[in-house]
Design a binder for this molecule. Structure first.
Ligand SMILES: NC(=O)c1ccc[n+]([C@@H]2O[C@H](COP(=O)([O-])OP(=O)(O)OC[C@H]3O[C@@H](n4cnc5c(N)ncnc54)[C@H](O)[C@@H]3O)[C@@H](O)[C@H]2O)c1
Length: 264
């Protein structure tokens, strides 16, 4: 028996990376999937591949969410996955400073607009689209960076921490309303997706950079998008009926210890 049959799921940022993997995994479990993204060609290709529907959606745009609400007034699952680091751009460009001393206000706001405003608007849409059904599952993709400080990615870490907290607020709000709408967050560490390209580059030292990025990960490897998608399937399914307000880490063990742990 497929785990999501009869459910309609909307996934943001689903044109590639973790979002595309979630869309594929949901479809494999017989969900009707609404693939959304600002990247129309890639998003349309994923939708065609899995027999889903594509809709253009900039998660930071209230007007876009309003169009989505008109087009899809009822859904069972919403995954707020779209996110940016602030380091997007050509891999040979010098990345902007994102530390707390040098980050610009414009760069700080740009990251929060997509990651945090996008998740707020996505949760608001989800509650309204699930209220009539009395049930649903909202899944917010936060990050390991939402649980610890990240000196060189201040806005990203701040936005992801706020997503973690807003998830719990939404969970409590829905429960208090007597709605069976669950809201949980997933906290991946390094997962190999196109998001990493600007940070890994294409030079001869790419393999060394990859190894360095996961040197402090107990499992010594990047995660795979499919591994995050498996967690999203669980949270979307009725198997997770008693889970709300939870934060699930998927990080190769990195948050299980600390560099200062005895014997490390
Ligand atoms: N890859 C990782 O290591 C990692 C780790 C922790 C958390 N995450 C989070 O997982 C999520 C997905 O990351 P990924 O690695 O797949 O990234 P990615 O860059 O590969 O894909 C992100 C997708 O979001 C879309 N997008 C960007 N801005 C958007 C907007 N304003 N509206 C709608 N769509 C938009 C992009 O077009 C792209 O398809 C993000 O929230 C990210 O912060 C990723």
């Amino acid at each position: 028996m497929p785990r999501l049959s009869g459910k309609t799921a909307l996934v943001t940022g689903a044109a590639r990376g973790i979002g595309a993997a979630i869309a594929r995994a949901f479809a494999a479990e017989a969900a009707q999937v609404i693939v959304t993204d600002i990247d129309m060609p890639l998003g349309q290709a994923i939708a065609a591949e899995i027999g889903g529907t594509f809709a253009r959606l900039d998660v930071a745009s209230e007007a876009d969410w309003s169009d989505i609400a008109d087009r899809f007034p009822g859904v069972d699952v919403v995954v707020n996955n779209a996110g940016i680091t602030g380091f997007e751009g050509p891999s040979d460009a010098i990345p902007p400073a994102h530390d707390p001393e040098h980050a610009t206000l414009a760069d700080w706001r740009a990251v929060h607009r997509v990651n945090l405003d996008g998740t707020f608007l996505g949760c608001r849409y989800a509650i309204r689209a699930m209220r009539g059904r009395g049930a649903g599952s909202i899944i917010n993709i936060s990050s390991r960076s939402g649980l610890v400080g990240i000196p060189m990615a201040a806005a990203y870490a701040s936005s992801k921490a706020a997503i973690r907290n807003h998830t719990k607020t939404v969970a409590l709000y829905c429960a208090a309303q007597g709605l069976n709408i669950r809201c949980n967050s997933i906290h991946p560490a390094a997962v190999m997706t196109p998001m990493w390209e600007p940070m890994l580059g294409h030079g001869p030292d790419r393999a060394d950079r990859e190894a360095a990025m996961v040197a402090d990960t107990p499992m010594r490897r990047f995660g795979r998008p499919e591994e995050v998608a498996a967690l999203a399937v669980l949270l979307a399914s009725d198997e997770a009926a008693y889970m709300t307000g939870a934060e699930l880490t998927i990080d190769g063990g990195i948050l299980a210890g600390s560099a200062a742990a005895p014997g490390s």
